[in-house]
Design a protein around this ligand. Structure first.
Ligand SMILES: Cc1cc2nc3c(=O)[nH]c(=O)nc-3n(C[C@H](O)[C@H](O)[C@H](O)COP(=O)(O)OP(=O)(O)OC[C@H]3O[C@@H](n4cnc5c(N)ncnc54)[C@H](O)[C@@H]3O)c2cc1C
Length: 352
């Protein structure tokens, strides 16, 4: 029997205490564990594809697992509509539905899921500690799966047309806008990559940048400049997004040197001004890189703190897909298993 198997049985009839929300469906109501239970084998921080997948593997592996999903249960995919590239759904699936199904699968495997936000952590000793506004939890292993948040322009239309023409992910949504003019806001490597990728689908791709030169690397710039479908709008900012109940129809631009306004008829606006990894909480607890992504150490999903693993967009600035996040969640859970098994063996040896 694996470490934690006995304790896991206690918490198997768990669910959620709030809703993941979306598409009119609600996840199962919380039939959760004793509210005063504060000690677990594994605590997973984050309830997106990485966190739920880690929960499925940890609980199925016999570990007593708590998942704290924070203020966005389901993660980034609850803010989108059709997901066509997650395997297993031949006609695609709505993002919120996918995440509710993942959550329910995770709860069915025995993970206790609470929609509480983690406000502090202490990874310096053993057990590892995680604080929410409701309780302090102890764990033998932690999986950080807090994801990343796409940076926004701050326009009202981003909210109104999210999933209907405003997007933060070209790989995810580009194919929906085949045969239409597309706009991309940004000027760094990501924007160049996304814009160049989008030329496969758009009739033309309008790159809107607020300066008169790009921040992207010279190689990226050269690729973009050589692409005949790219149209550059320098010194320009998007000031409004206009559409109807179905989708984005046009955007309004302002030249920030002359003040002149212009409108562009486009079917979509991709905002490519970067992501902010959700790692403020982990400053000083695990090593972060210059952009504040969690740094993985050695093989697999290990971080710089013993017994602490990371999975998904919180460490991955490259792929940023639901399926890769889920894969990393699986890897983190298997790494935690190996760590905890070794831990248990060591404890057993010490007791002999
Ligand atoms: C609009 C949009 C559309 C997309 N479409 C697609 C698509 O079609 N296909 C695709 O493959 N990918 C798509 N993506 C990308 C995909 O959503 C992400 O790659 C994926 O969700 C990353 O998963 P994750 O589990 O790492 O993190 P996230 O999904 O970001 O989840 C992070 C979780 O951590 C929680 N959290 C954060 N801080 C705390 C805290 N302090 N305490 C507790 N919990 C916390 C959040 O509440 C959330 O539950 C899209 C992204 C966006 C924004």
């Amino acid at each position: 029997m694996m470490a934690g198997a006995e304790a896991a049985t206690e918490s198997q009839a768990s669910g959620s205490d709030d809703g993941a929300g979306g598409a009119g469906r609600k996840p199962d109501a919380d039939a959760g564990p004793a509210k005063d239970k504060t000690s677990y084998d594994v605590v997973i921080i984050g309830g997106g594809p990485a966190g739920y997948t880690a929960g499925i593997y940890c609980s199925r592996g016999g570990y007593d697992t708590l998942l704290l999903s924070g203020i966005l249960p389901g993660g980034q995919l609850v803010n989108t509509t059709d997901v066509e590239n997650y395997p297993g759904f031949k006609s695609g699936i709505m993002g919120p539905d996918l995440m509710i199904d993942m959550r329910e699968q995770c709860a069915r495997m025995g993970t206790t899921i609470l929609d509480h936000e983690v406000t502090n952590v202490d990874f310096r000793g053993s057990p590892l500690r995680v604080l929410t506004s409701n309780a302090e939890y102890e764990a033998r292993a932690i999986i950080i799966a807090t994801g990343a948040t796409p940076k926004k322009l701050g326009l009202e239309g981003e909210q109104t047309f999210g999933g209907r023409g405003v997007s933060y992910c070209a790989t995810c949504d580009g194919p929906f806008f085949r045969g239409q003019p597309i706009a991309v806001a940004g000027g760094g490597d990501t924007a160049m990559e996304e814009a160049t990728f989008l030329t496969k689908f758009g009739t033309e791709v309008h790159l809107i940048h607020r300066r008169d030169e790009l921040r992207a690397s010279k190689a990226m710039q050269a690729r973009a400049f050589a692409n005949k479908k790219m149209v550059f709008h320098w010194d320009s900012e998007v000031t409004d997004i206009v559409g109807d109940e179905n989708k984005v129809r046009r955007i309004v631009l302002r030249n920030n040197k002359t003040g002149a306004e212009d409108t562009l008829d486009v079917g979509a606006l991709f905002v490519a001004i970067g992501h902010k990894p959700n790692t403020d909480l982990f400053e000083g607890q695990v090593e972060l890189d210059a952009k504040k992504y969690v740094v993985l150490k050695g093989v697999g999903q290990n971080t710089s703190a013993k017994g602490v693993f990371a999975a998904g967009d919180v460490h991955d600035a490259t792929y940023r897909q639901a399926v890769t996040a889920a894969g990393f969640g699986c890897m983190a859970a298997l790494d935690a298993d190996e760590y905890l098994s070794g831990d248990a063996d060591a404890a057993g040896n010490a007791a002999d």
